[in-house]
Design a protein around this ligand. Structure first.
Ligand code: AMP
Ligand code: TRP
Length: 334
């Protein structure tokens, strides 16, 4: 029996991933490559749902892939590839979009949020059908588990619904995937406004820590992070959302429990706690940044690694798509 499969994706839309991406997604991906047959993709087709400069998109796709390898994804243990290298993603997305209700797609929160920012009339149809492309990414690889942050839960529900609908209508074709969401790190908050998630689109630069950021800047941002009334270092999401977010980051990066940290910092002030946290974050990210830089220094080798990943992804994607074409009733092309 083959190992269970995981698949996840990340957009190449920034010069660096942030700490929310790293803790909520990428670190789980690194762990899961040990025990699953894992596929991870840089989703450049998703990136163009909002306007992108072509040269910058190419650059950021390489930087994204380099960070994934830099964070510990090992091409011997998992398959890392670029979404646009596998045209079956777009093809399956079309088939699935014909099974998706207009109302069903209209209820997707991320589209509502993103289109509100630009005005719904300005938003592209691609942004509207974004979750259907995501479902295609997942279903093409017969995925069992999808490691993501909390913000992706609704998209995974749609994916499950589409898989079940297709299977019901055309016969069992797709594995129905489940979410893999790790509670304490699924929603890392903005350092300046702990009521919102850390996000390149909604946070100020002071609220975000980038994986590739220089240590001095990381230290400054942590020292200025919003804390709450009082001086107690205690995890309490309602009364102390700022401190709780910092404790979660600390706990996740050190493998300590929140309770152990509360005991460790009993009676000490925010200042000492933040200083230690800054050390923890800088120490965790420095090796990732250094490896990423090394990988980016040899672009030809990076492109070769991605071509290799695409080769392995293609084997699975073409097999699934051949089955889908047959199930749907398309004539064979010979
Ligand atoms: P994106 O940058 O939107 O492509 O997100 C990539 C991955 O990071 C997805 O699995 C998201 O759910 C996850 N993610 C994004 N922001 C956060 C956050 N603030 N906390 C935890 N996970 C996050
Ligand atoms: N929509 C996801 C995000 O914004 C990225 C993504 C695209 C994805 N395709 C995927 C995540 C497939 C998991 C599986 O974070």
């Amino acid at each position: 029996m083959s190992a269970n499969r995981v698949l996840s994706g990340i957009q190449p839309t920034a010069d660096s991933f942030h700490l929310g991406n790293y803790l909520g997604a990428i670190r789980q991906w690194v762990t899961l490559q040990e025990s699953y047959d894992a596929f991870y993709c840089v989703v450049d087709l998703h990136a163009i749902t909002v306007p992108q400069d072509p040269a910058l998109l190419r650059r950021r796709s390489r930087v994204a892939a380099a960070q994934l390898f830099g964070a510990g994804l090992d091409p011997k243990r998992c398959t890392v590839f670029v979404q646009s290298h596998i045209p079956e993603h777009a093809e399956l997305s079309w088939v699935l979009s014909c099974l998706t209700g207009f109302g069903e797609a209209s209820r997707m929160i991320q589209f509502k949020d993103k289109s509100l920012r630009s005005g719904a009339d300005q938003a592209s149809v691609g942004l509207f059908t974004y979750p259907i492309l995501q479902a295609a990414d997942i279903l093409l690889y017969q995925t069992d588990q999808v490691p993501v942050g909390e913000d992706q839960r609704q998209h995974l529900e749609l994916t499950r619904d589409l898989a079940q609908r297709f299977n019901h209508r055309f016969g069992r074709t797709f594995v129905v995937p489940g979410p893999y969401i790790v509670a304490d790190v699924a929603k890392i908050a903005d350092l300046q406004d702990p009521s919102v998630k850390m996000s390149k689109s909604s946070s100020t630069p002071q609220g975000i820590i980038d994986v590739l950021e220089d240590p001095a800047s990381i230290r400054k941002k942590i020292s200025r992070a919003v804390t709450d009334m009082g001086s107690e270092i205690r995890a309490d999401n309602e009364a102390k959302p700022g401190v709780t977010n910092l404790l979660r980051i600390y706990a996740a990066l050190t493998g300590t429990s929140l309770e152990a940290l509360e005991r460790q910092y009993e009676g000490s002030g925010y200042g000492a706690f933040k200083k230690d946290l800054a050390d923890v974050v800088v120490d965790a990210l420095a090796p990732v940044r250094e490896r990423t830089e090394e990988i980016l220094a040899d672009e030809a080798e990076l492109d070769r690694m991605l071509a290799d990943g695409a080769g392995r992804a293609r084997e699975v994607a073409t097999a699934t798509m051949a089955l889908v074409r047959d199930r749907v009733g398309f004539l064979p092309a010979r």
